[in-house]
Design a protein around this ligand. Structure first.
Ligand SMILES: [Zn+2]
Ligand SMILES: [Zn+2]
Length: 245
């Protein structure tokens, strides 16, 4: 197993807005040699520094322009530009979030290199291969598939039930899927736990982690609802937890 590791560490997972004890969305994707931050919502920059030096981040991937997924980017820029003297960090994302970042930050270069991505694109950061799929969400939103050393992860980003993940192929070791809604809210711009479980089955996921649960909902209730529909163990995202692919 030497040289084979791919993991997701949760930096924040509160759905739509931060809860009293949980930051907005952000994840640290790591192989043995590569560190990628996927989403950087409010509160995640603080948690990121529990795990890595900011200068050691190889790339940032932003799933979409909703502020709960990227609003610590301007603060990361403060750190890199004014304190740590780091330049040239690539920030990948759909055109909408990159435009919003440029609007808010102003002078993004030379700290960041903004790199537009779209569904169907493929890119490689170090030894992690990344692919993207457009989800069912009101703005252009990209789910992320990561692969390294034969292990794979899919992150749903935000999505409603209309997302077709078939472009990601069959089978994935670890599926980190949003489950924002109650059962009676099904059909909107997010998933219920039951719908997240259905997607996990469709993807042939080896392991399902539920995330982006609304602060108004009981995490454990969402987990149990997902587990019932999934027919297997379902885990809950929580800041500081690391899940191996
Ligand atoms: Zn969100
Ligand atoms: Zn969203």
């Amino acid at each position: 197993m030497a040289g084979v590791s791919l993991s997701v560490t949760v930096l924040g997972c509160s759905g739509t807005y931060a809860g009293p004890d949980e930051a907005c969305s952000g994840y640290l994707l790591r192989s043995d040699t590569t560190t990628v931050v996927v989403d950087l919502g409010a509160g995640t920059l603080a948690n990121l520094q529990r795990h890595v030096e900011l200068g050691d981040v190889d790339a940032v991937v932003l799933s979409h322009e909703h502020p709960d997924h990227w609003l610590d980017l301007p603060i990361l820029r403060n750190a890199l530009r004014y304190v740590l003297d780091v330049e040239g960090l690539t920030v990948h994302g759909p055109a909408g979030v990159l435009a919003a970042a440029r609007e808010l930050i102003g002078e993004v270069e030379p700290t960041f290199v903004l790199s537009p991505i779209a569904a169907g694109d493929a890119l490689t950061v170090g030894d992690i291969a990344l692919g993207f799929s457009r989800t069912d969400h009101p703005v252009e939103t990209l789910a992320v598939r990561a692969e390294s050393g034969g292990r794979s992860v899919i992150y749903s980003a935000d999505t409603g039930p209309g997302w077709d993940p078939s472009g990601f192929g069959d089978g994935v070791d670890l599926f980190v899927c949003e489950a924002t809604f109650r059962p009676d809210e099904e059909g909107g711009v997010h998933l219920s736990a039951r719908q997240a479980a259905g997607l996990a089955r469709r993807l042939g996921a080896g392991r399902l982690v539920i995330t982006h649960v609304s602060p108004l909902l009981e995490d454990e209730g969402q987990r149990l609802a997902a587990a019932e529909a999934y027919g297997g163990t379902v885990e809950l995202a929580r800041s500081g937890l690391t899940f191996m692919a």
